[in-house]
Design a protein around this ligand. Structure first.
Ligand SMILES: *Cc1c(COP(=O)(O)O)cnc(C)c1O
Length: 345
């Protein structure tokens, strides 16, 4: 079998939830959008529910199908994109709570599903989703009369604790919502780490649950081992891969392993990332191709059977840094071809 092995450690996922929850005195929900950050929403949601999560967040109503099936009734599912045209049957049948982002969405929701629970999303400066202050002032009285179950906003710079935007958004969120008798939420993973002022009634971490920064003390949740298909000897001066971008500067051994950019080992890792054989780093050399990667294993005592891209020696964020991206993108790019193993469940 040549597929890579993606191991998902559910005990680490649950521990990350509990650790983040312990840092706040308030309820902690879980963001499981994009198929549970690429790890599989069903198994992720069940694990987090068992660890104590009662409120879940997704980006799009369609993501609620798999999530509701995994959770069953009784947990709240909030949808960041709110109530889009055509969403009413899903929102009703799956009992989703749309976070209404605009006056248009409020109108749509009240007309289509007048008694159905909803939340409100406010923009405090990120300019991505939610109502700005002027819109909120215009509809607050009408919206509040229908008793929203949550009011939230989102921080743009919470992974940089010293960024002045954090305090600016906190202050604006307070001014837009103080005195309103509805539960409030501002903090994702980064906001939890900013401290208690940011926690309000509910925190909603995502990436930290899955082992990513800015939660530096997260336990790694994923491990990715990739089988070696063949190993060959190169003379000094021979070249490797598309475009011949790598040339041997000594007699070398090169392992060809069975994953590529179609599996989320993105092409930007070409000539930059590192794989591991136990404690020994082995540089990725040449260009990443669709299904294959070449690795310099000259410094190993033996020809390896398998090399590790994500694991104890290297987190998603370290791989991301080598590729010029962030851990979130590495996680959500993990491909469908891997054999997935669940441990710690
Ligand atoms: C993705 C997202 C989160 C989770 O953010 P993390 O940085 O992954 O913790 C929370 N809230 C909103 C609105 C989001 O889009």
């Amino acid at each position: 079998m040549s597929t890579g092995h993606l191991t998902i450690n559910l005990a680490a996922l649950a521990a990350n939830f509990r650790n983040l929850d312990r840092q706040t005195g308030v309820e902690t929900g879980a963001v499981v959008k994009a198929d549970g950050y690429g790890l599989g929403v069903g198994v992720v949601a069940k694990t987090l529910a068992k660890a104590g999560a009662r409120k879940f967040f997704i980006a799009q109503a369609e993501e609620g199908v798999a999530l509701r099936e995994a959770l069953g009734p009784g947990h709240d599912i909030f949808v960041f994109s709110g109530h889009m045209e055509g969403d009413a049957p899903l929102i009703r049948d799956l009992d989703l709570t749309p976070m209404l982002n605009s006056i248009d969405q409020i109108t749509r929701h009240f007309e289509a599903l007048p008694e159905h629970p909803f939340g409100i999303q406010l923009d405090t400066g990120m300019n991505r989703l939610g109502m700005e202050w002027s819109e909120w002032v215009a509809v607050a009285e009408i919206a509040l009369a229908q008793r929203p179950t949550l009011i939230m906003s989102h921080l743009a710079c919470s992974d940089e604790p010293d960024h002045p935007m954090n305090a600016y958004q906190l202050n604006l969120f307070r001014r837009m919502t103080d005195g309103i008798d509805v539960p409030r939420s501002l903090a994702a993973t980064g906001g939890i780490l900013l401290g208690q002022d940011y926690h309000f009634d509910l925190c909603r971490p995502g990436v930290g649950l899955y082992g990513g920064l800015p939660f530096g003390r997260a336990q790694p949740v994923v491990r990715l081992d990739i089988p070696v298909i063949q190993t060959r000897a190169l003379d000094d001066g021979e070249v490797v891969g598309y475009g011949n971008t790598w040339q041997a500067e000594r007699p070398s051994r090169v392992a060809t392993i069975s994953a590529g950019y179609a599996d989320g080992v993105i092409r930007a890792m070409s000539d930059r990332a590192t794989l591991w054989h136990g404690q020994v780093p082995c540089p990725l050399i040449g260009r990443v191709s669709m299904d294959l990667i070449t690795v310099d294993v000259t410094d190993l005592d033996e020809d390896p059977q398998v090399l590790t891209l994500l694991g104890p020696q290297q987190t998603v964020d370290e791989v991301a840094r080598a590729a010029g991206t962030i851990g979130y993108e590495i996680l959500t790019s993990l491909g469908n071809r891997y054999t997935r193993r669940i441990t710690g469940g």
